[in-house]
Design a protein around this ligand. Structure first.
Ligand SMILES: Nc1ncnc2c1ncn2[C@@H]1O[C@H](COP(=O)(O)OP(=O)(O)OP(=O)(O)O)[C@@H](O)[C@H]1O
Ligand SMILES: [Mg+2]
Length: 299
């Protein structure tokens, strides 16, 4: 039985007095221990889908099954990590990490024992007494991940957790995330705009179509680990993802194209000027990767 299964998930929103269908019947099976990366055009409904899986939002149709049982509300089995970490600025790093445990009524000593383990895992021990404004963006994101992990969820739901990071910090976290995943055997669903990130992390990549979104294709990825974004062997895999993604990004007018502006019709090389854009917009990534390929075909 799948750990998580989405069956025909549909979702509508009111948009300027008309009904906008975000999700058009999403089907997805996630096995225990899978690391599924979700990619798709901006505005197609990835975050909405993740919130529905978390139980933070209700679908208009379809069902999420967790261990075969319908999900109707939030629960400690499925924990979400948001892009901006959403930490409490008035709490120290340690108290942020222990927050969920405290709310769950775990006694102080046990809390300290658990948080120490994860602070160590995320290399935050030295900063346990610091406040979040004293941390870098990458460190905050690690606190957010530690805070989710202490709850020992079966499923970790991550919505573009690395989007705001600089490339170096992101590369470090890509390696750390693979190690944590290998060590904890968590089932992870991970939304990203960055195909390199998806190729490095995923046991499979689910490509979402333009709205109303469905899972257009699931691409398994069994390249050996640990993987790094520079792995030459992964470049072809990234292109396979892009081939599915590009027509969907192009289709998206309006909100769907918001984060993928004129780049859609740009000659591949031109987009390379946005080399640091590759973590925020799919077509930017397309352009950057194609530029790399054109440069002597070394990748
Ligand atoms: N609470 C809401 N009220 C109205 N419309 C909404 C709401 N939440 C999402 N939408 C709309 O639903 C669509 C999907 O939004 P969602 O945030 O899930 O997309 P996304 O794929 O995560 O986009 P991005 O990649 O830019 O983060 C968008 O058109 C958005 O405007
Ligand atoms: Mg989103």
């Amino acid at each position: 039985m799948a750990k998580l299964e989405a069956r025909g998930i549909t979702k509508y929103f009111e948009h300027e007095s008309h009904r906008l269908q975000a999700l058009g019947g999403v089907n997805l099976k996630v096995e225990s221990g899978d690391f599924v990366c979700l990619v798709g055009p901006s505005g197609c409904g990835k975050s909405t889908f993740l919130r529905i899986v978390a139980g933070l939002e209700k679908p208009d149709g379809g069902q999420i099954l967790f261990d075969g049982r319908p999900v109707t509300e939030t629960g400690p089995t499925r924990i979400m990590v948001f892009q901006e970490g959403a930490l409490f600025p008035w709490l120290t790093v340690r108290d942020n990490v222990e927050f969920g445990l405290k709310v769950s009524g775990i006694p102080r000593e046990k809390r300290a024992e658990i948080s120490e383990r994860y602070l160590d895992m995320m290399q935050l021990t030295k900063f346990a007494g610091s406040y979040t404004h004293q941390l870098s963006t990458g460190m905050k994101q690690r606190v957010a991940i530690a805070r989710a992990l202490v709850m020992d969820p079966d499923v970790l739901l991550m919505d573009e957790p690395f989007a705001a990071l600089d490339a170096q910090t992101r590369d470090l976290l890509l390696v750390e995330t693979q190690l944590i995943w290998a060590r904890t055997k968590k089932t992870i669903m991970f939304v990203t705009h960055n195909v390199a990130e998806a190729a490095v992390l995923g046991t499979k990549v689910a490509v979402f179509s333009n709205r109303p979104s469905v899972v257009k294709r699931e691409i398994p990825n069994d390249f050996p680990r640990p993987r790094v974004p520079d792995d030459k062997e992964l470049i072809d895999f990234q292109h396979e993802i892009l081939q599915e993604l590009r027509p969907e990004v192009r289709k998206g007018g309006g909100a769907g194209a918001a984060a993928a502006p004129a780049a859609a019709e740009e000659a591949p090389g031109e987009g390379a000027s946005g080399a640091n854009k590759d973590d925020t917009d799919a077509e930017g990534t397309v352009a950057v990767e194609e530029e790399k390929r054109r440069e002597g075909g070394t990748r």
